[in-house]
Ligand binder design. Sequence first.
Ligand SMILES: [Zn+2]
Length: 58
Amino acid sequence: MATEKGRCMVCGKEKEMTGAICDLCKAEIRGEAVDKQKQIKKDAERELRKEGVKPEKK
Ligand SMILES: [Zn+2]
């Protein structure tokens, strides 16, 4: 794969990278995205459990 020097959109550092974001940030974002999705699911489940006794509250 061809790598070119460019400025990372995330960390703002000039690095060799294949896209607009350097590999490090790409990996971080990917990890964060997964974590966030997990967190969102967890939060949603928690909310459901909190109100879970009566599914139709209103
Ligand atoms: Zn970066």
